[in-house]
Design a protein around this ligand. Structure first.
Ligand code: ADP
Ligand code: MG
Length: 267
């Protein structure tokens, strides 16, 4: 299958005179319908890659192709519609005093899309929220429910690509699995392609077939999730990352990365 997104030689800079080189010569491709992971310590440039892809005010160079078409720095609304970002914090990303109805209508209005009533009802249903949520305020919802609304706001535009930045990190462990399963179902049902950023290796191993390990802005190595799970990694940095994610640093060669805590059955 063709690549839904291909990133080649991406560099991102911050500051006057490009003082900080935050992303260094990063390349990867994601086939349509796949989920690709970006892992690495805090500050390694994961979110910055998503911001460059969605053109959120960063200074970048390199090549980003969506479906074979290179993106330039001036995005049409049509291109923007194809890729949607979901952020970590559903408390910060939804206006607390707006109703869910208003939150879901907003992107439709921006993109000049009609048939809003049906789309809003379907979007709620798609993310497992009943119609009774429509006229509630964001501040009345739990973290998990808010993240469902944030996901609904992204998929209501019928994008091809979702960029997920730590989508479950702010949630209670008990609802993390529900949101991950929802994301997996949406990907299957709508043929979506994902790039997911997480510091939780278990989440990435569960969601992705392939992933890049990042350190200080560069890709250290690319792995399949089975290589990650079995600990068949080449780089010392990756081994240390796996060890740290265990907490105890036990034998990483046996089960390098298990299921996310939230997906484990309680013993
Ligand atoms: P990650 O998502 O992997 O934790 P980030 O992509 O947020 O890392 O950050 C990568 C680097 O870029 C860090 O050194 C961070 O401090 C820097 N950075 C991120 N955003 C900005 C910004 N808006 N201005 C200046 N530096 C930034
Ligand atoms: Mg980040």
């Amino acid at each position: 299958m063709g690549a839904m997104i291909e990133v080649e030689g991406l560099n991102v800079y911050f500051g006057a005179h490009r003082a900080l080189h935050a992303v260094r010569d990063v390349s990867f491709r994601v086939a349509e319908g796949q989920c690709y992971g970006l892992v690495g310590e805090s500050g390694s440039g994961k979110s910055t890659i998503l911001r460059a892809i969605s053109n959120l005010g960063v200074d970048w160079s390199g090549r980003i192709e969506i479906n074979g078409a290179a993106l330039d720095k001036n995005r049409t609304l049509g291109i923007c519609r194809q890729m949607q970002l979901v952020f970590q914090d559903p408390y910060g990303s939804l206006h607390p005093r707006h109703t869910i109805d208003r939150i879901l209508n907003e992107p439709l209005h921006i993109h000049g899309i009609g048939d809003c009533d049906r789309r809003v009802r379907e979007a709620l249903c798609n993310v497992g929220l009943g119609p009774e949520f429509r006229y509630r305020f964001a501040h009345q919802l739990s973290g998990g429910q808010r993240q469902r609304v944030a996901i609904a706001r992204a998929v209501i535009l019928e994008p091809r690509l979702l960029l997920l930045d730590e989508p479950t990190s702010a949630l209670d462990v008990s609802v993390q699995a529900e949101v991950l399963n929802l994301l997996n179902r949406l990907r299957r049902e709508h043929g979506l392609t994902y790039i997911i950023v997480s510091h939780d290796l278990a989440v990435v191993a569960h969601m992705c077939t392939q992933l890049a390990v990042m350190n200080k802005g560069a890709v250290v190595e690319e792995l399949t999730s089975s290589q990650l799970r079995s600990g068949m990694v080449e780089q010392h940095y990756t081994r240390e990352l796996i060890k740290a994610s265990h907490g105890y640093g036990r034998d990483i060669t046996r089960t390098a990365v298990g299921q996310p805590a939230s997906l484990r059955t309680t013993a």
